[in-house]
Ligand binder design. Structure first.
Ligand code: PPS
Length: 293
């Protein structure tokens, strides 16, 4: 026993954060009513969720883009399974944009009609690991680790919210024909944000003027999000989730290849071996490093 049960709740072989989840919501997930114009952002944790949330808010809500409305991203693009604001989803105006970390097999039945859209963001799992390690030590609802080695063990064992990274991405990818889903790579968004926003607009069937497109790109850069209280989740993290220290945030580094500063040669080799074993023949490619600074 390593105290995992205190933090995680297993439901149908998938781990949720015990203190934040509502078991009734989980029981009813399958029947969660889906509208044709719903849009879901689905991710394994720490893969670019809040980034995608910000981009979609900017694409969909003019008042968000023009800064004429003062609504946090967390309220505009709420999590389906972690309904921390106790929203009545059935009363929300269309189009609804929802976020989720669920695996493919817990998806509401209505998503299989293939009308509602899903944007699945994925990121190289070594950067996910590092981001997750820092976040788990920061947020009180998550299990802290004494060191990276201990966290890596939990991550590779799937003893984290989201369970196994390998299963999450594989599951969604291998069942992609059951859904109306677009796969977007974090590192591509990092490399060329404008093209990524255009790709998203095309999938979402949203046409933006050049001026609006510029605004979306500008307001979704790491630096601009970090200094924007509506986008940086500071309130959400400190007041709703709770933090162990005062100096951490959701927008930590936002880079590609940070794992190189943290993993030892041995840890990296072990990770590679496990990655090869689990992701052999998997068609999506991952970007482990780009020279960006
Ligand atoms: S969560 O808890 O699952 O919702 O976290 P998630 O939002 O998926 O992941 C957080 C990481 O995404 C980075 N991020 C960004 N990177 C680049 N550009 C932008 N605009 C951006 N917004 C969020 C964030 O910094 C976290 O990664 P790390 O590596 O920890 O910095």
């Amino acid at each position: 026993m390593d105290g995992t049960d205190k933090y995680l709740l297993s439901f149908k072989d998938y781990y949720f954060i015990r203190s934040l989840i509502d078991i009734d919501a989980l029981e009813n997930l399958e029947d969660f009513e889906i509208r044709d114009d719903d849009v879901f952002i689905i991710t394994f944790p720490k893969s670019g969720t809040i980034w995608a949330q910000q981009i979609l808010c900017l694409i969909y809500f003019e008042g968000h883009r023009n800064k004429t409305e003062n609504v946090e991203t967390a309220l505009r693009v709420p999590f389906m399974e972690y309904n921390l604001h106790k929203l009545d989803f059935s009363k929300r105006p269309s189009p609804r944009i929802l976020s989720s970390h669920i695996p493919y097999y817990l998806a509401p039945k209505g998503l299989k009609d293939k009308k509602a859209k899903i944007v699945y963001i994925y990121r190289n799992p070594k950067d996910v690991l590092i981001s997750y390690y820092h976040f788990s030590n920061l947020a009180v609802a998550f299990q802290p680790s004494e060191n990276l080695e201990q966290f890596m063990e939990r991550f590779l064992d799937g003893k984290v919210m989201g369970s196994h990274w390998f299963d999450h991405i594989r599951g969604w990818y291998e069942h992609k024909h059951d859904f109306n889903i677009l796969f977007m790579k974090y590192e591509d968004m990092k490399k060329d944000l404008r093209s990524s926003v255009l790709k998203l607009c095309s999938f979402l069937e949203k046409e933006l003027s050049e001026k609006d497109l510029d605004a979306v790109v500008r307001q979704s850069t790491f630096q601009n999000m970090k200094s924007d209280p509506l986008a940086n989740y500071d309130y959400f993290l400190k007041d709703l989730v709770g933090t162990r220290t005062n100096d951490g945030c959701f927008l930590r580094k936002g880079t590609v290849g940070d794992w190189k500063h943290h993993l030892t040669v041995e840890q990296n080799e072990r990770f590679d071996r496990i990655f090869q074993r689990n992701m052999k023949d998997f068609p999506l490619e991952f970007t482990w490093d780009i020279n960006e600074e």
